[in-house]
Write a protein that binds this ligand. Sequence first.
Ligand code: ADP
Length: 660
Amino acid sequence: MNSFFRKLPLSIKLMLIGLIPLLFLIYLSAQLYSEKKQTVKLIGDYILHVHEEGNISNLIYELEKERKVSYEYALRKDNYSKVIFQRPHTDKAMQLLEKSKDLAIVNFPRYTFLDSLSSVRNSLDNSPFYRADAIMQFYTNAIYRLNTLNPVSSMSSTYLEPVYKDLLSQKTLFEMITFLSIIRTNIYNVLYTGKYKVETLLGTLGVFNIFKSYEKEFLLKGSPSSINLYNTEKDTSSLKPVLAYIDKLFATFNFDSTYDAKDWWEVSSQGVHILRKQQLNLWQNVETGIDKIYQQQIKSKNKTLAFLIAAIIFVITFVIYTITVISEMLSELKIAAQKISVGGTGLKFQNMPKDVMGSLTDSILEIDKNNIELAYAANAIGAGNFNVPVNPRSNEDLLGNSIQKMKEDLHKLTMEKDKIQQETLELMDRKDDFLSIASHELKTPVTSLKAYTQLLQMEAKANTNERNELMLSKMDLQVDKLTALISDLLDTSKMQNGKLIYNKQFFPLNHLVEEIVEEIRIHASKHKIIIENNTPVQLYGDKERIGQVLSNILSNAVKYCKDCEKIIVNLKQVGKGAICSVQDFGDGINETQKDKIFERFYRVTGNDLHTYPGLGIGLFISKEIIERHDGKIWFESEVGKGTTFYFSIPVAETQINNPE
Ligand code: ADP
């Protein structure tokens, strides 16, 4: 399970983290909403109950009226029209109540004996001996039973608190009206018949006590306004004589002549009417109040629903936003890590938090910073700056410690190299000094050697000593070679010190080519030196030195191509430059030697090194001379096929008369 969770992609993990509280929130929301819905339903039901109570009260009212007229008709058989007039009203009230779906009311006719109403009416209409007290009993029972059906419980509920007292007041008043009706009807019966006075009062005493206890309850628990109104009406309105008469009757058990039946019915009707009016007002108040609460609860339910939907949307949005932001930050870190892994630097992060991710960012930046510092240090060390600080981060810092070690080793090596270089330079200087002195010192005796050789040569010629003359002429040639060597050595040391002087003048290069070729031909009888092309070109330069270059490459061609039949010399003008070339058909020069043969004292090493005499300075001097004339010297060669040396020099800009 653990490994499965670890392998899940981060976005899925984050989704799960967001999903759990979200599910919890949805569950809580559903609970809260269903609670609200239930409350709304309860109040809705309650409103229905209150409506039903109105219908019950209405039916009781109509039944009371029907009781009175039916009783009177049963006793005296007059005013039948009143009975006929009243019955449809009663029926209408009953039908209204029969429609109720309230479980407490369904089938009420059976419970209240009203299912026998039509047979009672029939008996009254058709049987001349049907007893009035049976009529009274039937209706009174029905009214009493109906009263007990009152479906509105006075239960206390937080939601109903604003109407609770009014609800209780109207319910108690309802009871009082019912019991007062029974009392006044019984009194009316006595007054109407003049019979069973004490018995009736004794029989009604229990009802009177119930009425009194309800009155007490009303005065204790009712709403202050309804109590005030009741007290006022009890003292001032037509309720006052009714209640006073009843109190007196049940105190004395003696009927006086204050009321006859008719008067009593009228007076007591007014009294009951006043109470009924108050009860109806209260009932309406309750109905309006509960309706208001109901509307408020519906509003609150809808508000709750809207709030919950908004909260869920907010949570989902926030979760998605959080996942996106975290993914973005992680991807920034990934890119940075990838950049570092391929050696990149210069990382930048924006708005990173101060948590694990922040520490990771700091670590990556630290790596980047260290990499830059180490790279800078390595660069500086490479450039020879050994003062640059290298600060390994710890003993485990492989890179830092290696660079530190490299710095130390390199420093040591560089110091040794500098020392050797210094010694080499000193040696070179000494060697140059030696060469300079040696060639200088050699030049004087060689010059006098030349002079004496020539003197002896002249004497041999005069004495016609041919053998001596031949030997002396060979000696003279060797002295010339020696002079040339010494002169070359002297030139290199002058070049080294920048002391070689160039005597520049205008001259035709083609003439110089002819002169030098002639000179070389004397000593290279075996080779056929061909001037293939000799374009007339004017140069401004040191004629002698340029002649030295040509002589050098031409004598090299002869020297390094012993068995060659021909050597081709070429002079032409290309653009503003004169290009002179000497081509031989010898062994050629290996590619690896290409850059080296122009170096001082460089000679191609090989088995036949001593076959070809030389010091390895001819090409060095030639290159120096050509470059001092803003020219270039180079060669093309193919091993086994031969070599062509070229040099180019800009032609003179000012034209001079060609002596030709
Ligand atoms: P030196 O001829 O005295 O050795 P140079 O400086 O004139 O010195 O020449 C340098 C080297 O270049 C020579 O030792 C030789 O190996 C090579 N070289 C020069 N010219 C030729 C040529 N025409 N063919 C083959 N090798 C040549």
